[in-house]
Design a protein around this ligand. Structure first.
Ligand code: FAD
Length: 380
């Protein structure tokens, strides 16, 4: 067993950290306040090779594994999760095309992702179907050599930025098995009948675009089917295994930021005539954060390593996502508490982390859903 990163992985971490510190630090507060993002940061990230790092060389990427993706998520989130998501999520959905696409689909779409020419997204959730994905009702009806799409999608990351969305749709509504009713399709967002509206007022990750999407008689070629007809649910599940570990790594990055901000603050703040760092109540919080970070790191990189070895452990993935999300929220709470009233104000970094952290318990499967997966596994 080797618990060390390779030299290449350490180099990736260093490059990602330096990029984030240089490009994210001074803009994070502005993007958070205004719910905006500067696409020039994304372009720079693409130029430096930070977008779609899991894409194979033949499709323009370096072909890195889950370990390296987690390193990137962790380092970006340690500086600012909202901007980190705005950068990394541009390849969201490309993993589905790489895993399940035809050679023609891969050659057509994937090379546009690492260069930043095309921004992607994955549209599964609907107003009445979140945790229960089999309740997705957006329909795709075959008409000759086309699909005609009707329905709406909710909370779609990059909804108004994306050039391409991988969409979960119903193609066989009468199938008695509800998990076999769906298919995955690739939707180009410039098609007539496609409409996306940015959702405002998110609690956190406000640099990241979240939108609702309406599909009204959107026609796409039949060949935009991704994978087999009826396999949409299992395509989505395969993507979850990868993206859930990415979110857990984001949570790990946030925990690191909590500890770093806390250390800075408690050493300089004096209460009752002594630095805050000298009190046991403070030290317990620092020790708890450190412990969460070490446990989270072990879980994230073991789960990622297993994926890279082709030995995906579904229960470990779900447990890791749940543990990391909950502990990011807990660490953010402790970090804010340590800063008292100063932490409570919007311009403090810990107040942003506090708001950002919650999303790691919601997207890509809520903590409750992850625990249901773990429980099912342990009971079996
Ligand atoms: C900022 C943001 C970005 C997102 N990006 C995307 C995206 O790009 N693409 C996409 O498809 N989706 C995206 N989502 C959607 C996200 O994945 C869903 O919000 C999430 O899966 C939960 O679904 P829901 O919101 O409908 O909640 P619900 O499924 O309605 O759940 C509500 C609550 O009930 C709990 N619950 C559900 N079922 C059970 C049960 N059986 N037992 C006990 N408790 C249960 C849940 O854990 C949760 O606490 C995004 C969401 C947000 C907020």
């Amino acid at each position: 067993m080797d618990f060390e990163f390779t030299k290449e992985q350490r180099d990736i971490a260093k490059a990602a950290r330096e990029f984030a510190e240089k490009e994210f630090t001074d803009r994070a507060e502005e993007f958070d306040r205004d719910e905006t993002f500067d696409e020039s940061i994304f372009k720079k990230a693409a130029d430096l090779g930070f977008v779609g790092i899991f894409l194979d060389e033949e499709y323009g990427g370096p072909g890195f594994g889950m370990m390296e993706q987690c390193i990137l998520h962790e380092e970006f989130a340690a500086v600012d999760l909202g901007i980190g998501v705005a950068v990394t999520s541009a390849a969201f959905g490309a993993e589905a095309i790489q895993m399940f696409g035809t050679e023609e689909q891969k050659r057509k779409y994937l090379p546009l992702v690492p260069t930043g020419e095309a921004i992607m997204g994955s549209a599964f959730t609907e107003p009445d179907a979140g945790s229960d994905l089999a309740a997705v009702s957006t329909s795709a009806v075959r008409d000759g050599d086309e699909w005609v799409l009707n329905g709406s999608k909710m909370f779609i990351t990059n909804g108004t930025r994306a050039d391409l969305l991988v969409c979960l749709v119903v193609t066989d509504p009468d199938n008695p098995k509800r998990h076999n009713r769906h298919s995955m399709v690739i939707v180009e967002t410039d098609r007539p009948g496609f409409e996306a509206n940015k959702l405002h007022g998110k609690l956190g990750i406000r640099a990241s675009d979240t939108a609702e999407v309406a599909l009204s008689d959107v026609r796409i070629p039949y060949s935009n089917l991704l994978g087999q007809e009826g396999s949409g649910f299992s395509v989505a599940t395969s993507c979850f295994n990868l993206n859930r570990i990415g979110v857990a790594a984001q949570a790990l990055g946030l925990m690191r930021a909590c500890l770093a901000e806390s250390l800075k603050y408690v050493k300089k703040r004096s209460v009752f005539g002594a630095p805050l760092s000298t009190y046991q109540a403070t030290q317990m919080k620092l020790a708890d954060m450190y412990t969460s970070i070490r446990a989270a790191r072990s879980m994230v990189y073991e789960a990622a390593w297993r994926i890279d070895q082709g030995k995906t452990d579904h229960a470990l993935v779900a447990a890791t996502k749940a543990f990391c999300g909950q502990n990011a929220v807990r660490c953010a709470d402790m970090a804010l508490q340590l800063q008292g009233g100063y932490g409570y104000f919007a311009d403090s970094k810990v107040s942003r982390i506090y708001r950002d952290a919650k999303i790691t318990e919601i997207y890509e499967g809520t903590t409750e859903i992850e625990k249901m997966i773990v429980a099912k596994s342990v009971l079996a």
